[in-house]
Design a protein around this ligand. Structure first.
Ligand code: ASP
Length: 315
């Protein structure tokens, strides 16, 4: 039987043990565990990589600790606008959404776009209309509200700063251990099919309809059965400029790099040259995986049918 694997992340940044309480650390580990096991169960039962990444992301989106769906950060206008993408490495089909509001699980909407629209990328109101038409579950604003992210936004809403939580001094103080928490999942199933997905509220105090890397195919999310599946987290502007996720795939395809070598090249050489902080999770068709980041920490977890399982937060 082929080796099958799922890998997830819950965001990267200045995540330090010294800032963390044991209770909060436990809550993060538990959240990651739950999502990892849900995704793995799909693969174990012979389900597809696409369904496995969806299952994992739904659980992370529902968890208020992470900056995706419920618990998303606030924009300059004090609302939550979410970005998400999913890609199927077998068909190279993809579905993505930017600036959508009130959708309980944006990943479901992205998957619906991938399967049942003639399009790849929908934005704002149009994406919302499509969600309603397809019967995707909506929630009122209160559902998405989290006090700590509201306080975090209040501290910088009168400035021009937009932030990955950890990059701002004032926020550092305010956020302590909360940091940030875009979520992502990549998987390789029993058939050798690969999928990748990323879901986020973006960056605190983002304005003018800012779009991050997460929903952009090739920047924050990419999957191709011939190479790898990638989900990124970090300062989105630099990941877009580096075309980070697709670059890993290209290094494998055109230069014969291994998954680990390709991720190292992009995360530890290309992104730092652009001052791009963050990381990525990755899987290849043989079920090998990598979790690479250039920040102090990245919430991450992986489980493979060869028996390996790891959950980690710090470097
Ligand atoms: N990459 C995301 C963005 O720029 C943020 C994150 O990963 O936390 O929107």
């Amino acid at each position: 039987m082929r080796r099958f694997t799922i890998v997830i992340h819950g965001g990267a940044g200045t995540i330090l043990k010294s800032d963390m309480t044991p209770e909060l650390e436990q809550a993060y580990v538990h959240g990651l565990q739950e999502a990892l096991h849900a995704g793995y169960a799909v693969l174990e039962e012979g389900g597809s990589a696409v369904n496995a990444v969806k299952a994992a992301i739904v659980i992370l989106e529902d968890n208020i600790l992470f900056n995706a769906a419920r618990g998303s950060v606030f924009t300059k206008k004090g609302v939550q606008e979410m970005d998400v993408a999913i890609m199927d490495g077998h068909s190279l089909e993809a579905g993505a959404v930017t600036g959508v509001r009130n959708v309980r699980n944006p990943i479901e909407l992205a998957a619906e776009i991938m399967r049942n629209s003639n399009h790849v990328f929908l934005s704002g109101k149009g994406a919302g209309d499509f969600a309603i038409k397809q019967g995707i579950k909506l929630e009122p604003d209160e559902y998405f509200f989290s006090q700590f992210r509201y306080d975090q936004w209040k501290a910088i809403r009168d400035s021009d700063t937009y932030s990955l939580d950890h990059t701002n001094q004032e926020l550092e103080e305010l956020m302590k251990d909360k940091k940030f928490g875009t979520v992502g999942a990549v998987a390789c199933d029993k058939e050798g099919n690969i999928a990748a997905a990323t879901s986020t509220g973006g960056m605190t105090n983002k304005k003018y309809g800012r779009i991050g890397d997460s929903p952009i195919i090739g920047a924050g999310t990419y999957a191709n059965n011939d190479t790898c599946g990638i989900s990124c987290t970090g300062h989105g502007e630099m990941f877009i400029r580096a075309v980070a996720a697709h670059d890993v795939s290209c290094l494998m395809e055109y230069k014969g790099y291994s998954l680990q070598q390709a991720c190292d090249e992009v995360v530890n050489k290309k992104l730092p040259a652009l001052k791009g902080e963050g990381g990525m999770i990755a899987v290849d068709k043989d079920g090998n995986y990598a979790m690479v980041f250039n920040s102090a920490g990245m919430y991450r977890a992986a489980r493979s049918s060869d028996g390996s399982e790891e959950i980690a937060i710090y470097k």
